[in-house]
Design a protein around this ligand. Structure first.
Ligand SMILES: Cc1cc2nc3c(=O)[nH]c(=O)nc-3n(C[C@H](O)[C@H](O)[C@H](O)COP(=O)(O)O)c2cc1C
Length: 175
């Protein structure tokens, strides 16, 4: 098989990129060709890929505008190949909000965009208060307080379920 996969990501603190790197590993272990790009550097012809995967984290309730603009302006090409989308956010740390059908950001995203990828996933992200600016830390602490999460400024928790990421990679390899 000579299937070629493209992965495009938007990641501010590196968690979405880390998830993409795991997907690359799984696909390569299954003898597949993969190319990984940040949304800021992607300038390829989409149709040269058999599959295209797009992953983006949530910042203050939204996915990166560049990701949204990219999807909106490449709908025709995206619809001509197999595609997948995944979102990374902290609300998904809650079991009842970690599926595409129950995660509020994913639900809202697909209400506002005219695209139906072949596969959709959502992963819980990383919480690391020490990495954030003063303002961001206060805001995330507030969001965490509202949603009954940890507010201690020393908290560092990787909520991503890496087994689920690998399992997603395997499903992608068969897409
Ligand atoms: C400034 C900032 C704003 C965030 N806003 C949200 C949010 O509104 N909802 C949420 O669930 N997670 C939010 N998060 C959590 C991120 O989605 C999570 O940390 C994720 O792992 C970030 O992925 P990235 O490193 O690939 O950007 C926010 C994080 C930061 C630092």
């Amino acid at each position: 098989m000579n299937i070629k996969t493209g992965i495009i990501y938007s990641s501010v603190d590196g968690q979405t990129l880390k998830i993409c790197n795991t997907l690359v590993e799984v696909l390569q272990q299954n003898d597949q060709k993969v190319e990984l790009f940040s949304i800021d550097e992607f300038d390829e012809d989409i149709t040269k890929y058999d599959r295209l995967i797009i992953g983006s984290s949530i910042r203050y309730g939204v996915h990166n505008k560049r990701i949204i603009d990219f999807i909106n302006s490449h709908k025709k090409e995206l619809d001509s190949i197999r595609t997948a989308f995944f979102s990374v956010n902290l609300v998904a740390r809650k079991p009842e909000k970690r599926t595409p059908e129950t995660n509020p950001y994913v639900i809202k995203f697909f209400k506002t965009i005219d695209w139906k990828p072949t596969m959709v996933e959502v992963f819980a992200g990383n919480l690391d208060y020490k990495k954030y600016s003063f303002f961001d830390r206060k805001m995330i602490q507030f969001i965490m307080w509202m949603t009954k999460g940890p507010t201690n400024p020393n908290t560092k928790i990787d909520y991503t379920n890496w087994d689920r990421v690998k399992e997603f990679g395997l499903r992608l390899s068969k897409l």
